[in-house]
Design a protein around this ligand. Structure first.
Ligand SMILES: NC(=O)c1ccc[n+]([C@@H]2O[C@H](COP(=O)([O-])OP(=O)(O)OC[C@H]3O[C@@H](n4cnc5c(N)ncnc54)[C@H](OP(=O)(O)O)[C@@H]3O)[C@@H](O)[C@H]2O)c1
Length: 268
């Protein structure tokens, strides 16, 4: 069974594996190896029940993940308090197109909408959903000042940023509660952000831990890319949780089993 751990200094206790839910709500303009059908309500509900049985308490969603927030709101309405729900602000996805808005007015609008969609009166974590210009978003829009105000008003418990650059990740580590970074066997470019967060006791959520399913397609194919990925990610003491996206029950189980092997004492 997974043990929870603190997410930096936020007071949130999260499991080292979280469930990513892009594939619960969006199958257009996504970067996965093959096409897929969105799970229906029964399938999604079974996956969430399985995740809970496996001990997972962390779920990541976003307004840009199509119907993901709304579906989670409906399916988790009776068990809201079991989950630590992380959502995002800044990116919108409609009619096959992403647009971005980081103004304080939009942040507030988006958070109030997420609360309605998720049928909750609080959000555990809100991450700024970067368009790639991380430093500009932080410095020009004052996003963290606005999120701090909304945190004080009780709408959210913690905030951070899902970054795309090393510089942006380092800046976010200084000013936010947590950073979401890409970190996998194919991509170590942002490792210094995890080092920095570890030093400052800030939370780190890893996205694309399995390179969005592309690792096994590289020439240096590891023998067991899931186990190798888990070993790699959890070898860094700064990683709070790896958010892995799946709509396949066998993969969910496999990810848990392999994370437990990597996390077992003496496994390094
Ligand atoms: N900018 C951002 O903020 C951002 C960007 C990307 C992702 N994220 C978050 O991070 C989460 C994870 O990222 P991701 O979904 O892009 O990539 P990921 O977790 O690295 O990989 C997900 C892909 O790997 C497959 N997979 C999962 N477990 C597997 C296993 N045991 N064996 C074989 N294949 C497996 C999944 O397919 P199956 O469904 O078939 O298992 C899916 O296609 C997202 O869901 C989202 O919550 C955030």
């Amino acid at each position: 069974m997974l043990k929870t751990r603190p997410l930096g200094q936020t007071g949130l206790e999260i499991t080292p594996i979280g469930l990513g839910t892009v594939k619960f709500g969006r199958n257009q303009k996504v970067n996965y190896p093959g096409t897929f059908t969105l799970p229906d309500d029964d399938q999604a509900s079974r996956l969430l029940a399985q995740a809970r049985e496996l001990g997972i308490n962390l779920i990541d969603t976003a307004p840009a993940y199509g119907t993901s927030e709304e579906r989670l709101g409906k399916l988790l309405a009776k068990e809201r308090h079991h989950w630590v729900i992380s959502t995002k602000v800044g990116e919108e996805f409609a009619d096959g197109l992403s647009t971005f808005n980081f103004t304080p007015e939009h942040l507030r609008f988006s958070i109030e909408r997420s609360l309605r969609r998720l049928r909750s009166d609080y959000l555990d974590m809100v991450l700024v959903h970067s368009d790639g210009k991380d430093c500009d978003i932080i410095e020009s829009y004052g996003v963290f000042a606005e999120l701090e105000e909304l945190k004080r008003a009780g709408l959210l418990r913690a905030y951070g940023m899902s970054t795309k650059t090393l510089e942006g990740g380092l800046l976010a580590a200084q000013h936010a509660d947590a950073v979401m970074v890409t970190y996998n066997l194919n991509h170590r470019d942002e490792e210094a952000v995890i080092d920095k967060c570890y030093q400052l006791n800030k939370g780190v959520l890893v996205k694309k831990a399995l390179a969005s399913g592309h690792i096994h397609q590289t020439p240096d194919t590891p023998t067991d890319f899931v186990q190798d990925s888990m070993d790699f990610i959890f070898a860094h003491p700064g990683v709070s949780s790896a958010i892995i996206g799946t709509i396949n029950p066998q993969h969910l189980r496999d990810n848990l089993d392999k994370a437990l092997i990597s996390l077992a004492p003496g496994s390094d």
